[in-house]
Design a protein around this ligand. Structure first.
Ligand code: SAM
Length: 269
């Protein structure tokens, strides 16, 4: 049995949770673009806004915001591989004039005070070791009157131990809070007018949201990654063993969608 952060390095493919995502070139958050739109509206993103997207993953949201809202975006992620994906996507969409990508840790942002009109993050803070410190950083780099908002998975019902164990092993040990816990992070950071919507997830809805997020390039990368993984699964016993530990029981899947929802939450500085 592996430790929760263990990586299996094999044929240059890292089989940890984020290693798999960066090898597939696809990251995700609950609710897809629909949820990003809701977060953008809560944070009053407009064409003249300068927006920081923390934990940008492969860059779908920075490109979406720049295209749909016409704003300028700074996109950061702690993983250089993710930033590479994001930069490629920005180039492919010819958005270099409006979107910049950099490696940075949410807990120590390399930006001056009051730089951005809005700071948003989607499915990131659950993976950050010191959540209050990250929120403090978001508030620090936001201008007075600007917004800090996020979309995060939340326990809407108490999870059984088997589900907690699965989430810890398969998903890089996130700290999902309850909706009240997430709201409290924003209110404790002295943000005003904190608004929050809580949603439940269904497997079908989440799957459709994820599919809707993919562009032609994503499909190609997914097919390539799936092929690599299939070959490795057939040829490497170590990979087969790892994949077995990642497959949830039916009970875990049932409880996952019963107990885990998500919140879209924002406050004003
Ligand atoms: C579940 S993915 C979501 C990515 C993206 N927001 C999306 O919706 O597709 C979480 C991302 O957060 C990044 N991340 C984790 N810890 C971070 C930190 N301390 N600072 C910045 N990014 C972080 C990971 O590298 C990963 O790209």
């Amino acid at each position: 049995m592996q430790t929760q952060h263990a990586k299996i390095m094999n044929s240059n493919v890292d089989l940890s949770y984020f290693g798999m995502q960066s090898s597939w070139g696809v990251t995700k958050h609950p609710g897809g673009k629909r949820a990003t739109d809701e977060l953008a509206l809560m944070c009053c993103i407009r064409p003249e806004s300068y927006v920081l997207v923390v934990g940008c993953g492969v860059g779908a949201t920075p490109c979406f915001l720049a295209r749909k809202y016409g704003c300028r975006v700074m996109a950061v992620d702690i993983s250089p591989e993710m930033v590479e994906w994001a930069s490629k996507r920005v180039g492919g969409n010819k958005l270099q004039k409006r979107v910049e990508c950099r490696v940075a840790d949410a807990q120590a942002l390399p930006f001056g005070d009051e730089t951005f009109d809005a700071v948003i993050s989607e499915s990131v803070n659950a993976f950050v070791p010191n959540q209050p410190k990250a929120i403090h950083e978001y508030v620090r780099v936001t201008r007075p009157g600007g917004y800090v908002g996020f979309n995060e998975c939340a326990w809407v019902e108490t999870p059984p131990q088997e589900l907690l164990d699965f989430v810890r092993t398969a998903m890089n040990a996130p700290t999902f809070l309850t909706p009240a816990g997430w709201r409290n992070l924003l209110t404790s950071a002295q943000l005003a007018d904190v608004r929050m919507q809580t949603y439940r997830m269904t497997m079908l809805r989440q799957w459709l949201d994820e599919i809707a997020e993919l562009d032609r390039h994503d499909w190609l990368e997914r097919t390539r990654a799936l092929w690599r993984l299939t070959v490795m699964t057939i040829t490497e016993p170590q990979v087969r063993q790892h994949i077995k530990t990642m497959v949830p029981s039916r009970m875990v899947i049932k409880n996952l969608f019963k107990c885990l929802g998500y919140v879209i939450c924002a406050g004003k500085k």
